[in-house]
Write a protein that binds this ligand. Structure first.
Ligand code: BZD
Length: 829
């Protein structure tokens, strides 16, 4: 009595009385309330989309409860936290994933069903959150799921793009890009934090002044925008640990530039401020190389600066000095994209917080670590000194100083070997000076890792050889993984129930190694029968979808042979198409008796080409043209169908992967850093046709040579084969097929010439000609295995059984222990 704060708290507790209940009735009430009070529709009349929105909002309420508790818990614990900085988070849909993870899927299904709605239909109403290009962005999303599930303290930081990855449509077989304005329909999963904002500065000048014997730097920017936080709660599976993905949106800054408002041109002043928002407008759709675009660098700096300011503010709530900063904060850079964070942290510590350079550098190098996702040095970002000088003048100074100190230190080790020093230098000299972001990240990070064993070796031997020589202790491998929640348990319910039944537990959902328990039953006829039943059911779903989008009827008795991924020359979709043409040609030349022996196939190809990537676009057109021709050929009939699935995305992957018999991961040996869809396919019992690239090698080791179809050159042969490619004579069939395309068998003669040239002897950089024979042999081995149903099913079961190592939970633990230095921790009640 008498203590107003205590009284206030009591009142609040009394008002709350309990958490939201999760019985069917309470859920129904909360859905219907949202229909009426959030969506403002009548409870007596709302459509499937409105049902989705109301359902999502009711799930959101529950997420917020556990999010709040969890944030409070970690604040109280002051636990060390990892911050995952990524330009991309390819999340896909959230509804099903959330109710599964919260353990309330059955209640929601029943609640909706009693109201006259079907959960399966309702979840389909959600638009994918496609804030990423491919593997790199999806990996970030898998990490969040795993970090939450395994009770780590973690946040993701990124950009709230208004336009996600473009939507692909096909017109006359050509790719067209449509904007993905995904926020148009509202996003129930995010929480706008209008008061969590930070100023972000650009351009302007730096003034140097001596203050009490130290040189100080004052950056007077010319442009300022505001970063506004949007929080996206990420629930863990079967735990209260709901973590946060904080995405930043750019808004006009309230304070800056007041001057222009006094010049009389009020309307133009507003319009020019409005341009600030363009920073977070659109995700760059190119996953090949940087193009040196100023807006891209602005995006990078924008989200990195906001994130670091936010991290420091949170730290300062608990600490009065930065002495313990690195004990509480780990920052993971998802590729070189957030590397500008290195000079930004230095700037914040030195210029803003007033720390000495040496102290700030010590902190910085203990905080950052980086993952590299590419195989060749040329794809690592470089920003021109000129652009940096204009856009971020203070950061350029800091980068120069970091470089100078680094080179000084290295000289002590390697002496005055100027060639060597030039290679190590963060600054690339030449006509146009530039900053090598990979080198900057490496100098500042305590660890750098590749994403598969082979890739990590290549980083040491090639991409970063000079750095490896002086910093061997920094290099690690962390083979990628995927979350078995989304990619097995939720997207393949038939298989999930069967696994749980045969393993006698559902603990595999958080401990995937338990799948090895399946090996002992791999030849059991009862399991085999059930296995194939589930697979046929999944194939029937996909067949229905294919017919709906393309009109092509496919038989579920045929082998579903799938290649879905971004279209790239190094991924060699062209090799796949060439072998499809070859197959069609063989079938056409067969006698009726021979035809009865052919294994019917449905070849499914999907993926987006970067909008400016002409060759990739031509590959898409070739697939559709070849498909058109083959699908309408009476001589071929049902023995071969070719389907291009447009707009491949996370949701489509969830439909396709459980329904695939064979999937192709056929990049030139050593050219794929890791690959992650190969892991998803393997988990779901699909067999791989694979080259010795990235994680294919590790998958082969885990599931056994006899359960995978491997072909092609060895990684260590690729350099030599490339050097000798002018002399190499590809097999006759290869020439013949290229000739067919060249001579207009598939129309568009002119259009395909350039594509054909890419595999002309001297040009064939990705060695399609070299690998062709071995690829065809592997394809024949696939056919042979497929007709032996007992053997194929056994291989399929062995694939799932051997996929435990590719759970992202394994990957997460390795990062947590060897890089971030964080431990799981969870509230006890
Ligand atoms: O990262 C991919 C690699 O190509 C895969 O081998 C690997 O499995 C995954 C995950 O480690 N890289 C990308 O997806 N890269 C991009 O998406 C990207 C995006 C923007 C700019 C450059 C590359």
């Amino acid at each position: 009595v008498g203590n107003p704060e205590l009284q206030r708290r009591r009142r609040l507790m009394w008002l709350m009385d309990q958490y939201l209940k999760n019985d069917v009735l309470s859920i129904q009430k909360s859905i219907v309330d949202h229909v009426e009070y959030t969506i403002a529709r009548s409870r007596f009349k709302f459509d499937d989309f409105e049902a989705y929105k109301a359902t999502a909002n009711s799930v959101r309420d529950r997420l917020i409860e556990s999010w709040n508790d969890n944030q409070q818990f970690h604040r109280d614990m002051d636990s060390k936290r990892v911050y995952y900085l990524s330009m991309e988070f390819l999340m896909g849909r959230s509804l099903l994933n959330s109710i599964f993870n919260l353990g309330i899927k059955e209640q929601y299904a029943q609640a909706l069903s009693e109201l006259g709605y079907n959960l399966e239909v309702v979840v389909e109403q959600e638009r994918d959150a496609a804030l990423g290009n491919g593997g790199l962005g999806r990996l970030a999303a898998c990490f969040l799921d795993s970090l939450a599930t395994m009770n780590y303290s973690a946040w993701g930081y990124g950009i709230r793009y208004q336009y996600g990855l473009f939507r692909q449509t096909l017109q006359d077989g050509f790719q067209h890009e449509q904007p993905d304005y995904w926020l148009n329909v509202g996003n129930p999963w995010e929480i706008e934090r209008v008061h969590v904002t930070y100023p972000i500065s650009f351009y302007g000048k730096v003034e140097e002044k001596w203050v009490e014997g130290t040189k100080t730097f004052t950056w007077t920017p010319d442009e300022m925008v505001e970063a506004v936080a949007y929080d996206n709660p990420i629930p863990g599976y079967n735990t209260g640990n709901t973590i946060n993905l904080r995405l930043w949106a750019a808004k006009p800054s309230g304070e800056f530039d007041l001057q222009s408002f006094n010049t009389g041109d009020y309307v133009n002043a507003i319009l020019s401020k409005q341009r600030a928002e363009t920073i977070s407008n659109v995700l760059y759709p190119d996953d090949r190389t940087y193009q040196g675009k100023e807006l891209r660098l602005k995006q990078q700096y924008f989200f990195v600066s906001a994130s670091l300011q936010d991290i420091m503010r949170r730290f300062k709530d608990h600490h009065s000095t930065f002495d313990n900063f690195a004990d509480k904060v780990a920052v993971q850079l998802n590729d070189t994209h957030p590397t500008i964070g290195v000079p930004e942290l230095m700037r914040l510590l030195v210029d803003v917080e007033g720390l000495q350079w040496a102290k700030a550098w010590d902190i910085t190098t203990k905080v950052f670590s980086i993952t590299i996702h590419s195989v060749v040095a040329e794809t690592l970002e470089k920003w021109s000194v000129e652009l940096l000088q204009t856009l971020l003048p203070r950061h350029l100074q800091i980068i120069f100083k970091i470089n100078a100190m680094f080179l000084e230190e290295v000289k002590n080790k390697i002496g005055n070997d100027y060639d060597h020093l030039a290679r190590l230098s963060i600054i690339e000299e030449g006509e146009k000076k530039s900053v090598k972001m990979g080198s900057l990240a490496l100098v500042a990070s305590h660890t750098v890792n590749g994403v598969s064993k082979l890739h990590s070796e290549l980083l040491k031997e090639r991409v970063f050889k000079d750095f490896y020589d002086i910093f061997p202790h920094k290099f690690q491998n962390k083979t990628n993984g995927v979350t078995q929640r989304r990619w097995l348990a939720f997207c393949n319910p038939g298989l999930r129930d069967m696994l749980t039944k045969w393993l006698g537990t559902e603990a595999w959902i958080t401990n995937l190694d338990l799948l090895t328990g399946l090996r002992q039953y791999a030849s059991d006829p009862i399991l085999q029968k059930e296995w194939n039943l589930v697979r046929r059911h999944n194939k029937a779903r996909l067949a229905t979808y294919i017919e709906a989008i393309s009109g092509v009827k496919v038989s579920i008795d045929a082998m579903f042979d799938v290649q879905v991924k971004r279209i790239h020359q190094y991924k060699r979709q062209l090799l796949n198409v060439l072998s499809i043409i070859h197959r069609a040609d063989c079938i056409k030349n067969m006698s009726p008796a021979e035809k009865t022996k052919v294994v019917p196939r449905v070849c499914i190809i999907g993926g987006k080409a970067a909008p400016g990537y002409e060759i990739a676009k031509k590959i898409i057109k070739l697939v559709t043209t070849v498909g058109e021709k083959i699908n309408n050929d009476k001589d071929i009939g049902n023995l071969l169908k070719v389907v291009f699935v447009p707009d491949y995305n996370v949701s489509l992957a969830e439909l396709i992967i459980p329904a695939s018999d064979l999937s192709q991961h056929i990049s030139t040996a050593g050219n794929e850093a890791s690959g992650t869809s190969n892991m998803k396919f393997t988990m779901n019992g699909c067999l791989l046709l694979a080259t010795l690239s990235g994680s294919n090698i590790e998958i082969q080791k885990e599931i056994g040579d006899e359960n995978i179809f491997v072909f092609g050159a060895k990684p260590e042969e690729v350099d030599r084969l490339r050097a000798e490619r002018r002399q190499f004579q590809p097999p006759q069939e290869f020439h013949r097929i290229i000739g067919m395309i060249r001579n207009g068998k598939f129309g568009d003669t002119e259009y395909f010439q350039e594509l054909c040239q890419t595999v002309d002897g001297g040009n064939d950089f990705y060695l399609l000609g070299n690998d062709f024979s071995s690829y065809l042999e592997a394809q024949a081995a696939v056919d042979e295995a497929y007709v032996d149903r007992e053997r194929w099913t056994r291989m399929s079961i062995m694939s799932t059984a051997g996929s435990g190592n590719f759970s992202i939970d394994r990957t997460t633990c390795e990062y947590a222990e060897n890089i971030w230095g964080i431990k799981p921790c969870q509230p006890t009640s």
